[in-house]
Design a binder for this molecule. Sequence first.
Ligand SMILES: [Cu+2]
Length: 184
Amino acid sequence: MHSSTLFITLAAALGLVSAAPTDNTYNPTKTYAAPRTTHTVVAGRGGRLIFDPDNVVAKVGSIVEFHFNPLNHSVVESSFGKPCQPKDANSFFGGFFPVREGQSGEVFQIEVKDTRPIWFYCAQNNGAHCQSGMTGVVNQIFDRQEFSLRAHRELAAKVQEPSGVQAGIQGGWRIPNPNPLGGF
Ligand SMILES: [Cu+2]
């Protein structure tokens, strides 16, 4: 056997060369060889206008899964400087989740695609949820206090206009609660 052929054969045997192209598109119905980390965030925990947790640290490629408690919360991606409005036309929006006590309902999953902070809010205007502090962040830059979640909330509290939504659900996966007996 020629030495270069031998190397390729050995490398393939050791898993050093991958023949199949890698599909990086997340599909919630597919089973992955290495399970992705899922970070759970509960909107409206305890009947309060909060996301719990509201400050998530998540690796690129992991999933943030939003659960919704009563009465009717939502989640939309925003930007640090303009709270309570979608960041742009591509910002994720999970729709509204009108749920009653005891219902497990649906969840909304997003994929963490890069290391930049992801700001989000609840767009429920009945009670001004975002302006009242129902905002959160994935991967806040902790050594930049001027861009902290606290600073973001101070901006949100000054917003006079109603919160904005997208035309439809986008930027994630709205699916039945995969763990309906989990209590949230
Ligand atoms: Cu809300």
